[in-house]
Design a protein around this ligand. Structure first.
Ligand SMILES: [Zn+2]
Length: 166
């Protein structure tokens, strides 16, 4: 009987702290498990974004666990910042988020929340992923629940399209 081995290899550009290595590994591990258990067309932007919403939702929960109350406070301030500049348009019964303010540069407050970073690369990752978490939180707070998936997916699609994240 032949045993099938499956490997997941993640290469980072630079050192990352232990807690954030775990957070990123969980995100990518989710994709691996998700895809292996039910393959999907990840070249289709809408389908791809839908699975990204799930991976980021898992990741957001882990960041909340790791960062505790201090992270919650950080997140609330970031949601406030976003709320001031977000552009929304309505088409029929649905709302669409037209544009989001860019993520801010790395906020050293996150060093106190998660511990020090180990590289500029990690600062970049933390800034991007906590910003995505804040946008998701804003959507959950400000829009009816039946629009959440749509709005989160559209937000991620626009990010890939504008190549703000890869
Ligand atoms: Zn992903």
């Amino acid at each position: 009987m032949q045993r099938e081995l499956k490997w997941m290899l993640l290469l980072a550009h630079a050192p990352i702290s232990t807690s954030w290595r775990g957070i990123i590994l969980a995100h990518e591990g989710f994709h691996a498990y998700d895809f292996l258990s039910k393959p999907y067309d990840w070249n289709d932007p809408k389908t791809f974004a839908e699975h990204e919403v799930q991976a980021h939702t898992l990741q957001n929960g882990l960041m909340s666990e790791a960062g505790g109350e201090a992270y919650q406070k950080y997140l609330e301030k970031e949601v406030e910042r976003l709320r001031k500049t977000i552009v929304i348009r309505k088409e029929g019964a649905d709302s669409y988020v037209k544009s989001y303010p860019n993520r801010s540069v790395y906020n050293v407050e996150l060093d106190h929340v998660f511990g020090p970073t180990e590289s500029e690369f990690e600062k970049d990752i933390r800034a991007t992923h906590t910003w995505i978490h804040a946008v998701f939180s804003l959507i959950e707070k400000d829009f009816p629940s039946k629009q959440h998936l749509h709005l989160k997916r559209e937000f991620l699609v626009s990010l890939y399209r504008d190549a703000k994240i890869k």
